[in-house]
Design a protein around this ligand. Sequence first.
Ligand code: NDP
Length: 337
Amino acid sequence: MSNRTILLASRPQGKPTPDTFRFEDRERPTPSKGQVLLKTLYVSVDPYMRGRMSDAKSYVPPFEVGQPISGGVVAEVVESQHPELAVGTVVTGNLPWQEYSLSDGKGLTPVPTDGPPISYYLGVLGMPGLTAYFGLLDICRPKEGETVVVSGAAGAVGSVVGQLAKIKGARVVGTAGSDEKVAYLKELGFDEAINYKTTPNIAKALADACPNGVDCYFDNVGGDITDAVYDLLNTHARIALCGQISTYNAEKTPVGPRPEGKLLKTSSMLQGFIVSNYAKRFPEGVRELTQWVEQGKLTFEETFTEGFDQIPAAFLGLFAGENTGKALVKVAEPNAA
Ligand code: NDP
């Protein structure tokens, strides 16, 4: 029986292209004792995967050329020889880009099917939501009335950051890459939103949007937007360095203004972080985020691409700004639905 899988065909130089990926049809495996067969339902495409396509040392090892790409997946147990994972159980975990996968259950987290949509466990109630939660609340720690700037604001992480900052009583300014995204940020309650692609002078637009300066900056993108925010930092500003997507496809490390003097003069705190640093506190984060979702205080958009063969296109779309909220690929309906 067919079991399509997507391999890394070659390491991209600069921007990945469809040729970065190769499809292969493999045998659908049968679980042995202690294993389950998982049917992939939703695949998460995430910017950090670009880093894993390069042969560079990082906090996660690179993907191997000729081997399946893997990432966040929501899947359903369709055959089970595992004592605790019955057929019909929906789980999330790090799994290959493959229609069916074997697992011994390690690293899988069962997902409730009677609450929020199961795809949320790849978004607001999964890795991106937790990134927003810990980066904002542990590093930026916004206080009531302070100004928070978030770049990449209409994406999976940024849209949650902005709403959490509003819950904490801050004034929130976001940057995003289209007028539709700007309108979406206003709907979410952002006080100001800037289309960085059409604004002729991003530094002026940010200065106008932040008349009292910037107390917290949640940085998803780096580059010119970040350079401009650093000019607006208030004394004791806090910067959560979450991502630098504007540089992920750069072939040479981009150079820019040296920010150290600005950090020094403002006694600002700049902290890079990886969400897995907070792994021990994930249950707390999921609990709080779930409460806000259930109370209607936190809303979440998902951009679905349909079909297993569209996974590479959905991934490439991240770098063209095609997603609002979480970029996901819907591969199949649950059998038990
Ligand atoms: P998003 O859902 O925000 O999707 C990516 C978005 O980035 C695109 O929609 C696009 O929006 C924007 N973008 C793409 N290219 C550029 C560019 N050249 N300049 C500015 N913006 C660009 O992704 P996530 O929310 O999942 O991730 C956001 C950031 O957080 C990424 O940098 C990611 O690597 C990082 N991250 C870090 C984690 C950590 O543990 N530190 C964990 C999870 C994510 P637009 O239309 O606005 O351009």
